[in-house]
Write a protein that binds this ligand. Sequence first.
Ligand code: GCO
Length: 450
Amino acid sequence: MAFPENFLWGVATASYQIEGAPYKVGGGLSVWDMFCKRTGAIADQSNGDVACDHYNRYEEDAQLMGKLGYPNYRMSISWPRVMPTGTGQVSAEGLAFYDRLIDSLLENGVTPHVTLYHWDTPHDVYLRGGWLNRDISDWFADYTEVVVSKLGDRVKSWMTLNEPQCFIGLGMQSGVHAPGDKLNMEELLWASHNALLSHGKCVQAIRANSQGPCEIGWAPVGVCVIPATDDPADVEAARVRTMEMQDLDLWSTALWNDPVFLGEYPKVVQEAFEKSHLKPKAGDMEIICQPLDFYGANIYNAGIVKAGPNGTIENVPHHLGMGRTIYHWPITPSALYWGPKFFYEKYKKPIVITENGMGLSDWVALDGKVHDPQRIDFLHRYIREFQRAGEDGVEIKGYFQWSYMDNFEWYEGYKFRFGLVYVDYQTQQRIPKDSAYWFSDVINSNGANL
Ligand code: GCO
């Protein structure tokens, strides 16, 4: 089966990872600018000051995206570039950059899909409590209004937050991401609630300021596990582990998506809030649970489980010596079958893979090209599994490959390359890898050549 006629094929990036010039030209500092200054925070002591210099090279990037035949592009907007302190003053230069970028993409036949928040919290907002301050939901809605008022005549597809599991879990629990805090569970649940409230007010602000109809979703981590076998007992074990929340785990799918799509927290979270002095207010859940047009999920890999004795669920180790990415992530293509299947069965929304791809240590070969057969094989296997989910009744709506080009990979710096397009960070030359051309063929055939 080919993919649906109007299937969204695309590529993805994020503002802090590619733009550079984070606070020049009127922008404000983000928590990542500050975090990169911490000794030892970033593996290669790098930062996003230059990155892919996309701020200056956006036209070249849009032209190449068009030339490669990529019809859709998931990008994010830097809150502190648009509002340097996060509230109040708007940077005309910052907003003008995105205005020019959207026009350049459209001129090259590329439809923008805009994520409003991909981790670059304004540092001033962090100093006022960041996600621990309930007011952030109003500040985020105000920022959304500024952006959608400016771009909403041309942007018709929006995502609110990228991976709250990461910016709360890695940024505020383990501390390996910006802002590098290590908070207790009561504070973390409160921050999570404020993030969800921000999501809901963001959706309301998009709907209120979009010029004409638009589609809205968000892009959480698509945390899922796969069954060790197709035995119905193993499948049920994988579904339960993926979709139900047994304990206070910030990476639980239900913690984030039950409020957004079903309008209630899992029971274990409700009980935690009952004991907490940091409680949601009446009416919050009605704000959080806004109508959305798709279920976005960033899926890269999955754990494996099987049914154990007496209704237990047992973890199954990935087999010894299995293929792994440079991040040492296991290569588990059926994550793109089981995850979408489980998500669709519970939340009944069309599924968009908002990120999927693999990190490698690519380099330019003697022939001047960048050969990445492993990435091609990885993408081939994963996209085929998503196609299989479609054949089994899941409404598959889109696939955004991570990433369009090599970029700043957070605390790993520039060591890992996820791009279809190679970036020479010394010269800023862009070189489409073999996978870039392979993906063009997949798109041109609407997946029929997989
Ligand atoms: C994420 C982020 C991306 C990462 C990518 C590779 O999913 O962690 O959205 O910014 O760069 O996933 O780790």
